[in-house]
Ligand binder design. Sequence first.
Ligand code: AMP
Ligand code: MG
Length: 333
Amino acid sequence: MSDVPTFTRLDPRNYRDHLTSDRTRAALIVQQHVLASVRVTLAGRGFVELPAPLVGPVTDPGVRGAKQADVDYYGATYKIMTSAILYKQAALLAFDKIFCIAPNLRLEPPETAATGRHLVEFHQIDVEIADATREEAMELAQALVTGAVAAVVRDAPAELERLGRDPGAFTELLAQPFGRMTHAAAVAELTGLGVAQSATAEITWEGERVLSGKAGRPFFVTDYPKGSRGFYDREDPRTPGMLRNFDLIAPDGFGELASGAEREHEPARIVARMRETGENPAKYGWYLDLIREGIRPSAGFGIGLERLVRYITGADEVWQVCAFPKLPGEVER
Ligand code: AMP
Ligand code: MG
C-alpha cells in the first residue's frame, strides 16, 4: 500500500496528500454509499432523522478511559458530546423511532492511536426505538450493516477494487445471520487462549482484536457485567449485575462496530446506577427532570460510521477513511 501517505503530523501538507489520494477518495465514496443506505433503510422503517447536539451541560460518561472536552459556555462549563445517548432518550418524546448521524469527540488515551480503531473525532449512526427490546435493536443493527455492505458491493465495485478489497470478504456476512456469544463465553474463550480478561470488565482492546481476528463473520457479544458500562444500559431484572446490552464485532480483526442496549428509564434506578458508576446525579439537571416526569422505555445502539467504513474498505487503520482525521494524542502546535 505504497500510495497511502504516512500521517504522523497534522499539517496542511498532510491534508493535501491525504485528500488527493485515490484511496481516500474511494473510501469517502464508500462512506457516502453507507450513509445513503442507512438513511434509506431507516426511513423505510419509519425512523425520523434528527440533527444531534454538539454541546451540553453533561454528556455520556460511559466511554472507557476517554476524557470529555470542556467548552466555556457563557461562563458555565459545558461538554462536547461524547455520544448522543441522553438526547436520544429525550427525542423519543417527539417520535417513536429516531436516529442521528452524530459527531462525537472523545479525548482517547494516546496509546489508542496504535489500535487502528480510534479517532478523537468520529461519528455514530445513533438509533433509538421506543418500547423496543434488545433483540429488536440487534436485528436492526444487523439489517443496517448488511444493507450498507450490500449497497457498497452493488453500487461501488470500482471503489472496492481501487482499495484492493475483495467483495468475496462479505460472502458469509451477506449469506447468514450474525453470530452471537455472551460476555461470559467471550471471557472463557480469551482465558483459554491465554489472553488476560476480567469477568467483570469490558473486553480489553487486545481481547477485542483477538476475538475479532478469529471470526469469519460479524458477531454480537451480549450480557456485559454492570461495572463495564454507563448507567443507561438496563440491568437485567432477572439476572442482577448483568446488562441487557450488546456489542457488534466485525470479523478479520476490524473490531467493534457498534454498542447497544435496552435503557434504564425509571428515575430511582437511573439515580442508583449513576451513584454506582461514580456519577453525581446533581450534574444531570435537565436529564433527571425529564426522567422524573417520565420518558419512554427504549432500546438503541450506535454504529461507528468510520469503523464501519474501515471494515467495508479493508483499510489498515480507521484514520485512512476519515476526511479530516484526528488521532489520539496528536496535537498540532
Ligand atoms: P461506544 O459508545 O463507546 O460503544 O461507541 C459506539 C461506537 O462508536 C463504537 O462501537 C465504535 O464503533 C465507535 N467508536 C467509539 N469510540 C471510537 C473512537 N475513538 N474512534 C472511532 N470510533 C469509535
Ligand atoms: Mg462500545
